[in-house]
Ligand binder design. Structure first.
Ligand SMILES: Cc1cc2nc3c(=O)[nH]c(=O)nc-3n(C[C@H](O)[C@H](O)[C@H](O)COP(=O)(O)OP(=O)(O)OC[C@H]3O[C@@H](n4cnc5c(N)ncnc54)[C@H](O)[C@@H]3O)c2cc1C
Length: 458
């Protein structure tokens, strides 16, 4: 008796979009209907919106790394690695396992959800000196780096070096950059009390953005409130300004100012995963163009979603609008992708993705926040409570919720010990190193790897 081959669904990326898709497929498809495989370099789903709190030491890294293997009910086969190229004609992905080994993986249905990387520009010195805030390793590394600057400033006799070590520059006035600056400023503000030789007034934080307002998606009034909070804490915000060049101990701004600093944190937006550019398909500002039902025109059997895809925003009511790169959309697109895959397997009609934005919540640390849930403007403690409540509820597992709640409580009661772990001290802190932006194959290299599986195709 020969076994009937099940359709192979291959999901790339275990983020908000990929994990939501996989979990829904597990729940709604019987094991006989399809084989589900997830390719992911890490064994967890990272809850990115709480990353600034990891850098600040409010949460431990483990608490926002939600395990993919928590339950025995999860029957998806996990391949530990990253997809470095796709031969869409042969329907084969090339996977680089975490061991380094390259291996082809055939699919019948491909779900592309590899997310995004930090968007960088051709600014002299940026590739060498800018630090990102997009991965767990970057957050942990950044925390160590900031504490190291306090340690080194405390131990140095040279005034100029000390000033440079105590000056921190964050670029990007979106929610990621604003939360990062706000949370890390609180870290240095509290930590400096443990360094009697350092004068707290010497610590300077700069937040820089080329846009004329902070977090424009929150609206003018809340943007102003955020500015007030940052100003009260002594964070100098420079709007309409960017970085002209960066060096090991200085950042030159486009308005001509030179900030002596050993820390340039770069959070100026995101760009679709470099995997998308290797597909030779249509893109919109780097994101893969998809139809409202998340299928990719011209690539049979491929769906794309999340930060990597330009998904039409049908609820926005404007022609050509695409969904912003947020977790809110990515997760819901995961559900639509799963439903549409199931519909495809069962020969039913696909449905378009439509979601009306629920608003944005921003935790500025301490008792500060600015939030706009369902259009209601909130500030201070109520805004922060809504932000934390929203994130807490959005974590996928009860154990993750318990870890996060316990960490918040412990931090509120006992504070931080400002320990520098040194775990990744050997690592060059570049965006390329942490976000693996150069890991991908050219189309020719992909075809060379998939050749054995392509015999028969003309
Ligand atoms: C600091 C910060 C704060 C944020 N705050 C908010 C917020 O408050 N609210 C909100 O809605 N959004 C927020 N976002 C944005 C939100 O996190 C993203 O929009 C969301 O994570 C996108 O989901 P995704 O599934 O597309 O990508 P991700 O969640 O990034 O997941 C992509 C996954 O794919 C994996 N991957 C990458 N390349 C490959 C490959 N080649 N092969 C296999 N796997 C691969 C990655 O390792 C990752 O696990 C924030 C982002 C940051 C950085």
């Amino acid at each position: 008796m020969t076994a009937v081959a099940r359709p192979r669904i291959l999901v790339v990326g275990a983020g908000f979009a990929g994990v939501e898709c996989v979990r829904r497929l597990e729940r709604r498809l019987s094991p006989t209907e399809a084989e589900i495989t997830l390719v992911t370099p890490s064994s967890f789903q990272l809850y990115l919106p709480l990353l600034p709190q990891v850098a600040a030491g409010v949460l431990t890294p483990q608490s926002i790394a939600v395990s993919l293997r928590r339950s025995r009910r999860h029957r998806t086969h996990i391949v530990p690695g990253g997809v470095v190229g796709v031969d869409t004609r042969a329907k084969v992905c090339v996977v680089r396992k975490i061991s380094g080994e390259l291996t082809p993986r055939a699919y019948d249905h491909l779900v592309l959800a590899p997310g995004s990387v930090t968007r960088s520009f051709d600014i002299p010195g940026l590739a060498e000196h800018a630090r990102g805030m997009k991965t767990l390793a970057e957050a942990a590394h950044l925390r160590d780096h900031v504490i190291a600057q306090l340690d080194l400033a405390d131990a140095c006799e040279d005034e100029a070096e000390r000033a440079a070590r105590l000056c921190f520059v964050v670029v990007g006035g979106g929610y990621a950059g604003t939360e990062t600056a706000a949370c890390l400023q609180r870290l240095t503000h509290h930590a400096v009390r443990r360094y009697p030789r350092l004068d707290p007034r010497q610590i300077r934080w700069h937040l820089v953005d080329i846009a004329p307002t902070l977090m424009p998606e929150l609206g003018e009034a809340l943007g102003r409130s955020a500015l007030e909070v940052l100003g009260r804490r002594g964070i100098e915000v420079s709007l309409g300004v960017s970085v002209a060049k960066a060096g090991p101990d200085e950042v030159t701004l486009t308005d001509g100012r030179v900030l002596r600093s050993r820390t340039l944190i770069w959070t100026a937006g995101v760009a679709a995963s470099p995997l998308i550019a290797t597909l030779e398909a249509d893109t919109d500002r780097g994101r893969l163009v998809v139809a409202p039902d998340l299928t990719v025109p011209g690539l049979p059997g491929v769906l794309a979603l999340g930060d990597a895809a330009a998904v039409p925003d049908l609820a926005a009511g404007a022609d050509g609008a695409v969904c912003p790169p947020t977790a809110q959309h990515a997760q819901r697109q995961g559900r639509t992708a799963a439903d549409n895959l199931i519909a495809t397997l069962r020969h039913q009609a696909l449905r378009p993705y439509r979601h009306k934005d629920l608003g944005l919540v921003v935790d500025l640390g301490g008792r500060d926040g600015v939030s706009r849930p369902l259009g209601i403007e909130l500030r201070g403690l109520p805004a922060q409570a809504v932000a934390r409540g929203y994130h807490w509820a959005a974590l996928r597992t009860n154990v993750a919720r318990t870890r996060v709640a316990t960490n918040w409580l412990l931090n509120a009661v006992a504070g931080d010990d400002f320990v520098r772990t040194g775990f990744q001290a050997w690592r060059p802190p570049t965006l390329r190193e942490f976000e693996h932006t150069d890991a991908y194959l050219t189309p020719e290299q992909v075809r060379a790897h998939t050749a054995p599986l392509r015999t028969g195709l003309t």
